[in-house]
Design a protein around this ligand. Sequence first.
Ligand code: SF4
Length: 198
Amino acid sequence: MTPKSRKAKALERLHSRILECTRCPLHLTRTQAVPGTGSADAEIVFVGEAPGRQEDVQGTPFVGGAGKVFDGLLASIGLSRTDVYITNTVKSRPFVGPPPGRNRTPAREEIAACAPWLAEEIQIIQPRLVVTLGQIALDQFLPHRKISEIHGKPQSTGGITILPLYHPAMSRYGSEWIAILRADFRKISKVMIPESRT
Ligand code: SF4
């Protein structure tokens, strides 16, 4: 058995703390918190918005409808979940109405309360690239930029390279959006493999 890497151990400890987190009221209504998943040695970290109903039940990010689209997009560039690390901006499910309720966008206070967990995930993994999925995730790194203006264009901030992409859930709006998502996902390979080697 190979010994666990230092990063894997640190991530495991972090996940245990996230699972017990009560920093914001979302802990009162969740089934469980949903920390990130994937390789501690990943070169690419994907950041989505928040767990939905399926994620809340299963305890894993991106396992609902949008998760299936995400898996397909990853496969289209020759990657699988085990190659990368996938997490969300907010780790407990925000929803409205009586349970199971409808997913909602996380509130500003919930995002602020959860931000240190995302920062720690990135601090431990030290990826070469952070791919933000949707405006909420982009706001955590580049709060004044609009995804409609910079999707698919690599950005630099605080020593991190960010590639802002639309959220895979946009695929529900039709084939035009699927084409945009596929084209933007291809940019990931371009960022990871310098032009001279392509
Ligand atoms: S959303 Fe984040 S800050 Fe709020 S309870 Fe869940 S893990 Fe803690």
